[in-house]
Design a protein around this ligand. Structure first.
Ligand SMILES: [Zn+2]
Length: 382
C-alpha cells in the first residue's frame, strides 16, 4: 500500500500533494489545516515520505515500500523531524532549536523536512522567531505546519505557506479504515467512528480499549445524574478524576523510563544516590515531566468535554427535530426523555457553558473550579 492509504476521505488534498511531489520543486512552507482527528500530521508525514521516496519516477513517489517511505512513516528517518509540544505552548527555545536544525543539509535524502504539529500553540513572539526561517529558508528545507484552521496561525505565517485543507472524513470512511488497518469488526468500527465523530485517533482508541469506552460512557451519562448542586460538584470531581487517571498512567511510566535511562547514561545504579553536580539534570527532567503531565491532563479533560457536548448536541437534534443522526445512538431512550423535559434554548445554554469551560481549562487556575461551575449550569431547568 502506498503512503496515502491511511488518509480516509482526503482525496482532494492527496491529489494536490501528489502533484507537488511529481513536479519535484515543492514550496518551502506548507500549512495543513483540518479539525482535530482529520489526520493533519498523518497527511504531512505521508507528504514527507513521498518527497523523500527513492522510486526514480516522480509520478510514482510515495510507494510506501522503499526504505525512505518506511522510515519516514515510522518516524525514524534522519532528515524528517516531527515536532509536537507536550506543553500548553511551544517555548521560544524549542523553536530556536528547530530553526538551527532547519539550517542543516539533509544527510541522505533530497529534503530536510520539519513537521510542526499544533502550530497554533505558539505565542506571537515565538511565531515571529519562526517566521524569519520560513521567509528565507535554506534551499533544501521544507516546513510543514499543522493547525486546526488557517485563522489559528498568524497571517504573516499563513501568507507564506501553501495551504492544504483536510476535510472531516465521513463516518463510513473512518470505519472502513479501522476495519482494514486495525482488523476491527464492522460493528466495533461503526460504533467507534460514530461516537468519536470521525476523529480517527479517538475512534481507534475507543475501539481497542475497553477502559476508554467505559470512561467515555460515564462522561456522556453525567448529565443524567446531575439534579442538584451537590450532584454537580460530585460529577465535576469525577470528570476531572477520569481525565487525570487517563493522563497520569502514561506520563508516570514515561517519567520513570527517562529517569532510569539518565541514571544509566551517568553510570549510576538504580538505588545509588545522585551526586550533587548531577542533581540539576534530574531536577530538569522532573520539571519537564510535570509540565507534560499537566498538558496531558488538560488534553484528556478537553476530550471529555467534547464527549459531554455530544450528549447535549443529541438532545438538541431531538428538540429541533432536525432528523440528524444521534452521535450517542445507544442512549436514544434517555436522550428522548431528557429532550422532552427541557427546551432547546436551555440546551444551547448548556452547550455554551461547556464551550466556555473548554476555553478556561487552558488558562492558569484550578480546572476543578471551572468544571464545577460548568456542571452546576448543567442542572436541568425547573
Ligand atoms: Zn518510496
Amino acid at each position: 500500500m502506498d503512503v496515502w492509504g491511511d488518509l480516509p476521505g482526503q482525496e482532494k488534498a492527496i491529489t494536490a500533494l501528489r502533484r507537488a511531489v511529481a513536479e519535484g520543486n515543492p514550496a518551502h512552507a506548507w500549512l495543513f489545516t483540518g479539525p482535530p482527528g482529520s489526520g493533519r500530521s498523518n497527511a504531512a508525514r505521508a507528504f514527507a515520505a513521498a518527497l523523500q521516496c527513492q522510486v526514480p519516477d516522480p509520478e510514482q513517489r510515495g510507494c510506501g515500500t522503499c526504505k525512505a517511505c518506511i522510515t519516514v512513516l515510522a518516524g525514524t528517518h534522519p532528515d524528517v523531524a516531527l515536532i509536537s509540544t507536550e506543553k500548553v505552548n511551544y517555548q521560544i527555545e524549542d523553536v530556536r532549536t528547530l530553526i538551527t536544525k532547519a539550517q542543516d543539509r539533509p544527510s541522505t535524502a533530497p529534503w530536510r523536512v520539519i513537521i510542526v504539529e499544533d502550530a497554533d500553540r505558539m505565542t506571537e513572539r515565538t511565531t515571529n522567531v519562526l517566521l524569519k526561517s520560513i521567509e528565507e529558508p535554506p534551499p533544501h528545507t521544507v516546513w510543514m505546519l499543522c493547525a486546526p484552521s488557517p485563522a489559528d496561525v498568524l497571517v504573516t505565517i499563513r501568507s507564506r505557506c501553501r495551504s492544504v485543507s483536510l476535510a472531516v472524513p465521513t463516518r463510513q470512511s473512518v470505519a472502513e479504515l479501522l476495519v482494514r488497518r486495525d482488523g476491527l469488526t464492522t460493528e466495533q468500527a461503526d460504533f467507534a467512528a460514530r461516537v468519536s465523530q470521525s476523529h480517527i485517533g479517538v475512534a481507534r482508541r475507543l475501539a481497542r480499549d475497553e477502559q476508554a469506552r467505559r470512561r467515555r460512557d460515564t462522561t456522556v451519562r453525567l448529565p443524567l445524574r446531575i439534579r442538584s448542586v451537590s450532584d454537580a460538584v460530585m460529577a465535576a470531581a469525577e470528570l476531572v478524576e477520569l481525565s487525570t487517571a487517563e493522563a497520569t498512567a502514561s506520563s508516570t511510566e514515561r517519567a520513570e523510563t527517562e529517569a532510569s535511562s539518565l541514571r544509566t547514561s551517568l553510570g549510576l545504579d538504580a538505588d545509588s544516590p545522585i551526586p550533587p553536580q548531577q542533581r540539576s539534570a534530574f531536577k530538569a527532567l522532573e520539571e519537564n515531566a510535570k509540565r507534560r503531565a499537566r498538558r496531558a491532563t488538560t488534553d484528556a479533560l478537553d476530550r471529555s468535554l467534547i464527549d459531554l457536548t455530544t450528549f447535549f448536541r443529541d438532545v438538541l437534534v431531538l428538540q429541533l427535530r432536525s432528523g440528524s443522526e444521534l452521535v450517542n445512538d445507544y442512549l436514544a431512550d434517555p436522550l428522548h426523555a431528557y429532550a422532552n423535559a427541557s427546551r432547546s434554548e436551555q440546551t444551547i445554554a448548556k452547550i455554551d457553558a461547556i464551550a466556555e469551560a473548554r476555553k478556561r481549562i487552558w488558562t492558569p487556575g484550578n480546572p476543578l473550579l471551572t468544571i464545577e461551575a460548568m456542571a452546576v449550569s448543567l442542572r436541568p431547568a425547573k
